[in-house]
Design a protein around this ligand. Structure first.
Ligand code: OFO
Length: 164
């Protein structure tokens, strides 16, 4: 059985993962309309992953005797200020998500909920990977400067393949 505090923090994370999915979907759609097909593809895939993260929380809460609530989601922005800034925004968002995962780890320990503590470790590892993956994209974008976006757009999915 889930303690109420744990049920609440896990439900809050449903909203955060769902918003992540919508944010990356909005970014993907924007990139698509700007002609960056490769970057859009990377972001669409990211949006799907976030949806999967959200679902994991829904199933876990219910499995533990809680009630997963589907929340309202804030509308993400529709326009973005260029590719470099977009990925900076992705990194900042992932850092925010990592800190909310850390809060869950801390609360699970405080409440002696070792099942949740054990389960959430998957997300701890996932966040390390997500931040590293976006950071490596930002590093490559720095190397390229504003030029060669065509090549970057063409190659970004191969980058994903080698990191996942
Ligand atoms: Fe769900 O990891 Fe990103 O937000």
């Amino acid at each position: 059985m889930l303690a109420k505090k744990i049920e609440k923090i896990l439900n809050d994370q449903i909203e955060k993962e769902g918003y992540s999915s919508n944010l990356y979907l909005a970014m993907a759609s924007w990139a698509d309309t700007e002609g960056f097909a490769g970057i859009a593809q990377w972001l669409f895939a990211q949006a799907e992953e976030e949806l999967m993260h959200m679902m994991k929380f829904v199933h876990f809460i219910n499995e533990r005797g809680g009630h997963a609530i589907v929340p309202a989601f804030e509308q993400p922005p529709a326009k973005f200020d260029g590719i470099k800034k977009l990925f900076d925004q992705v990194l900042k968002h992932e850092q925010y998500i990592s800190s909310s995962i850390n809060d869950i780890v801390a609360l699970a320990l405080k409440e002696n909920d070792f099942a949740t503590h054990n389960w959430i470790q998957w997300f701890v590892t996932e966040q390390v990977e997500e931040e590293a993956s976006v950071q490596s994209i930002i590093d490559k974008l720095k190397m390229l400067g504003d030029k060669n976006m065509y090549m970057f757009d063409r190659d970004i999915m191969t980058l994903r393949g080698s990191e996942k």
